[in-house]
Design a protein around this ligand. Structure first.
Ligand SMILES: [Zn+2]
Length: 130
Protein backbone atom coordinates (compact mmCIF):
# COMPACT_ATOMS: atom_id res chain seq x y z
CA UNK A 1 0.00 0.00 0.00
CA UNK A 2 1.36 3.37 -1.01
CA UNK A 3 1.35 6.22 1.45
CA UNK A 4 0.53 9.68 0.25
CA UNK A 5 3.06 12.01 1.83
CA UNK A 6 1.78 15.44 2.71
CA UNK A 7 4.49 17.93 1.90
CA UNK A 8 4.47 21.12 3.92
CA UNK A 9 6.09 23.11 1.15
CA UNK A 10 4.22 26.25 2.20
CA UNK A 11 5.97 26.22 5.57
CA UNK A 12 9.33 25.44 3.94
CA UNK A 13 8.90 28.48 1.68
CA UNK A 14 7.72 30.68 4.53
CA UNK A 15 4.29 31.21 2.98
CA UNK A 16 1.22 32.30 4.91
CA UNK A 17 -2.33 31.41 3.95
CA UNK A 18 -3.31 33.46 0.89
CA UNK A 19 0.26 34.33 -0.14
CA UNK A 20 0.35 31.93 -3.07
CA UNK A 21 -1.88 30.13 -5.50
CA UNK A 22 -0.77 26.53 -4.96
CA UNK A 23 -1.20 24.14 -7.87
CA UNK A 24 -0.52 20.50 -7.11
CA UNK A 25 -0.20 17.49 -9.37
CA UNK A 26 1.68 14.21 -9.58
CA UNK A 27 5.36 15.06 -9.73
CA UNK A 28 4.76 18.80 -9.70
CA UNK A 29 5.06 18.82 -13.48
CA UNK A 30 4.79 22.21 -15.15
CA UNK A 31 3.20 21.13 -18.41
CA UNK A 32 0.42 19.44 -16.46
CA UNK A 33 -0.11 22.68 -14.49
CA UNK A 34 -0.13 24.97 -17.52
CA UNK A 35 -3.90 25.47 -17.63
CA UNK A 36 -3.97 26.51 -13.96
CA UNK A 37 -0.88 28.72 -14.32
CA UNK A 38 -2.45 30.64 -17.21
CA UNK A 39 -5.65 31.16 -15.22
CA UNK A 40 -3.65 32.24 -12.17
CA UNK A 41 -1.64 34.79 -14.16
CA UNK A 42 -4.48 36.12 -16.28
CA UNK A 43 -7.28 36.18 -13.71
CA UNK A 44 -5.60 36.27 -10.30
CA UNK A 45 -2.60 38.42 -11.19
CA UNK A 46 0.09 35.96 -10.11
CA UNK A 47 3.52 37.32 -11.08
CA UNK A 48 6.03 34.77 -9.85
CA UNK A 49 6.28 31.00 -10.25
CA UNK A 50 7.90 28.55 -7.86
CA UNK A 51 8.26 24.93 -8.93
CA UNK A 52 8.76 22.37 -6.17
CA UNK A 53 9.52 18.71 -6.74
CA UNK A 54 10.50 16.39 -3.89
CA UNK A 55 12.86 13.60 -2.97
CA UNK A 56 11.47 10.07 -2.74
CA UNK A 57 8.92 10.96 -5.41
CA UNK A 58 6.83 8.18 -6.91
CA UNK A 59 7.40 9.74 -10.32
CA UNK A 60 10.97 8.40 -10.15
CA UNK A 61 9.70 4.82 -9.92
CA UNK A 62 7.96 4.11 -13.21
CA UNK A 63 7.94 4.84 -16.92
CA UNK A 64 5.16 5.71 -19.34
CA UNK A 65 5.42 2.15 -20.71
CA UNK A 66 4.91 0.65 -17.23
CA UNK A 67 1.81 2.66 -16.34
CA UNK A 68 0.34 2.27 -19.80
CA UNK A 69 0.82 -1.50 -19.48
CA UNK A 70 -0.88 -1.46 -16.06
CA UNK A 71 -3.84 0.46 -17.47
CA UNK A 72 -4.03 -1.94 -20.40
CA UNK A 73 -4.10 -5.02 -18.15
CA UNK A 74 -6.20 -3.67 -15.27
CA UNK A 75 -8.62 -1.38 -17.07
CA UNK A 76 -8.53 -2.80 -20.60
CA UNK A 77 -7.97 0.75 -21.84
CA UNK A 78 -5.44 2.33 -24.18
CA UNK A 79 -3.59 5.26 -22.57
CA UNK A 80 -0.76 5.37 -25.10
CA UNK A 81 -1.68 8.94 -26.00
CA UNK A 82 -1.18 10.16 -22.42
CA UNK A 83 2.21 11.40 -21.22
CA UNK A 84 2.31 10.62 -17.50
CA UNK A 85 5.51 12.69 -17.15
CA UNK A 86 7.59 10.43 -14.90
CA UNK A 87 11.28 11.30 -14.59
CA UNK A 88 14.58 9.58 -13.89
CA UNK A 89 16.54 12.57 -12.59
CA UNK A 90 14.95 14.73 -9.93
CA UNK A 91 17.11 17.84 -10.35
CA UNK A 92 16.82 17.67 -14.14
CA UNK A 93 13.03 17.39 -13.88
CA UNK A 94 12.94 20.73 -12.07
CA UNK A 95 15.22 22.38 -14.63
CA UNK A 96 13.12 20.91 -17.48
CA UNK A 97 9.96 22.35 -15.93
CA UNK A 98 11.49 25.82 -15.56
CA UNK A 99 12.34 25.68 -19.27
CA UNK A 100 8.85 24.44 -20.24
CA UNK A 101 7.25 27.47 -18.59
CA UNK A 102 9.92 29.91 -19.78
CA UNK A 103 9.38 28.77 -23.37
CA UNK A 104 5.59 28.68 -23.24
CA UNK A 105 4.02 31.56 -25.17
CA UNK A 106 1.04 31.32 -22.79
CA UNK A 107 3.10 32.08 -19.69
CA UNK A 108 4.06 35.67 -18.82
CA UNK A 109 7.75 36.49 -18.53
CA UNK A 110 7.98 36.35 -14.74
CA UNK A 111 10.61 35.06 -12.30
CA UNK A 112 10.54 31.25 -12.14
CA UNK A 113 12.46 29.42 -9.44
CA UNK A 114 12.80 25.67 -9.01
CA UNK A 115 13.34 23.82 -5.75
CA UNK A 116 13.65 20.31 -4.42
CA UNK A 117 11.87 19.66 -1.13
CA UNK A 118 13.82 17.11 0.89
CA UNK A 119 11.20 15.01 2.64
CA UNK A 120 13.83 13.51 4.97
CA UNK A 121 14.87 16.86 6.42
CA UNK A 122 11.95 19.17 5.59
CA UNK A 123 14.48 21.45 3.88
CA UNK A 124 13.95 23.04 0.52
CA UNK A 125 16.91 23.39 -1.87
CA UNK A 126 17.04 25.76 -4.84
CA UNK A 127 18.15 24.07 -8.04
CA UNK A 128 17.59 26.76 -10.62
CA UNK A 129 15.88 29.93 -11.76
CA UNK A 130 15.07 31.70 -14.97
ZN1 LIG B 1 5.94 13.07 -5.77
Amino acid sequence: METLIYLDTARALGLEEGDAHVIRNAGGRASDALRSIVISQQLLGTREIVIVHHTDCGMLTFTDEVIRGKIRSELKQDADHIAFLPFGDLEQSVLDDIRVLKESPLVLDVPITGYIYEVESGKIVKVGSS
